[in-house]
Write a protein that binds this ligand. Structure first.
Ligand code: FES
Length: 85
C-alpha cells in the first residue's frame, strides 16, 4: 500500500473554522493505531486551497473533503486504515 498523503488546510478560514482540532484528531488517531507520520502517512498542511466557502478542507490523495471536523477526519482515517481484528 502506498503511503496516503493527507494535507490539512491551515489557511486563515479553515484554521478559524477548526482545522487545528482536525490536526489534533489526526495525530491522536495515528498514535492510537501505532502509525507514524512520514512512515505510514504523509501528513502535511497547506495554505488556502481556494475552497474556503466549503471549509474546513482536507485533501487526501488529491481528493478534496469539505466541511471536515474531527469526527469526519476520523471517519476518513478509518477508511484508509481499517481496524485490524
Ligand atoms: S482557507 Fe482553507 S480553503 Fe481557504
Amino acid at each position: 500500500m502506498s503511503k496516503p498523503k493527507i494535507v490539512i488546510c491551515m489557511g486563515s478560514s479553515c484554521f478559524a473554522r477548526g482545522n487545528e482540532k482536525t490536526v489534533e484528531a489526526c495525530e491522536s488517531f495515528l498514535a492510537e493505531r501505532g502509525l507514524k507520520d512520514e512512515i505510514d502517512v504523509d501528513l502535511g498542511a497547506s495554505l488556502c486551497t481556494g475552497h474556503c466557502a466549503e471549509g474546513p478542507v482536507v485533501v487526501v490523495d488529491g481528493k478534496v473533503y469539505t466541511h471536515v471536523d474531527p469526527l469526519v477526519m476520523r471517519d476518513i482515517l478509518e477508511k484508509i486504515f481499517p481496524k485490524k481484528v
